[in-house]
Ligand binder design. Sequence first.
Ligand code: PMP
Length: 327
Amino acid sequence: IKWTEGRGWHEAQLQPYAPLTLDPATMALHYGQSIFEGLKAYRQPDGSVRTFRPDANARRFQQSARRLAMPELPVDTFVEAIDVLVRQDKAWVPGTGEESLYLRPFMFATEVGLGVNSPAREYLFMVLASPAGAYFHGGIKPVSVWLSEEYVRAAPGGTGEAKCAGNYAGAMAATLQAVQQGCDQVVWLDAVERRWIEEMGGMNLYFVRGEGPEAEVVTPELTGTLLPGITRDSLLTIAADLGYRTGEVRISKEEWQAGCADGTITETFACGTAAVITPVGHAKSGSAEWTVADGSMGPVTARLRKALVDVQTGQTADVHGWMHELG
Ligand code: PMP
């Protein structure tokens, strides 16, 4: 679907996957007005296909658009575009279980010009689809993380809350450092004090304090510099449904390390569309290193993961109306 100043949204088209032809002066390539979303369609036990909370992705897409001075696509149009694409060939959606059809809606500035002073006046919104296997093969493997001290992902007033391409470009060097440190992923700290835990590379974080039914499930509060994840939001609800106390908190790297040492923090996990939930087993910060409990997936993490996957794959009732039937 195209957007042109003065004309608005027009020319909705369904077309086979093919390369795009772009002018070298396409504004998105130079000035980075480029935003995206990620969500999944799951095969249900009755054979139908449903997407998980596409309206929430649509609203976040609007927020990202606003922050980058791009046009806002109506929520209904966003959801319908995905429905049309998935309906085109439902056979794309693999079998039952955690296999899915990954959907990638995105929008970028297509206006041609080298002037940087004002937002582009032409945009293209597209959705592409790609079948995705279960994220974990041969069992869930906890990740190890590196707390970045040299780089920050997002500063107050910046674009951290938006799902824009530039945030990921800025994260690459830190991810390379994490890998050089022998870790799988980077964990970002806040830009001001460099001690409050924000999120992981492409996932939000959760911490479990205590054990059993008394356990408390907490996640860093949305400060404006981290992405408001839809999985994060869903898990606050699911954890409360399961009877856990929940909270949106500030948690420092020192508290995380000390909590793992004295056993008050019993589990840590990351969450996002791709993996749903992945346990965090080990962390490194400068010369310090610590293991979360025994480094394997904890019982609260496993219970929350199953509860959410069961909703997505139609194994339990969708009491919150999260599963969208294709229109
Ligand atoms: N943080 C970042 C930086 C991400 O890229 C993602 C993935 N979209 C998330 C968090 C998790 O968001 P969601 O649960 O909506 O996939």
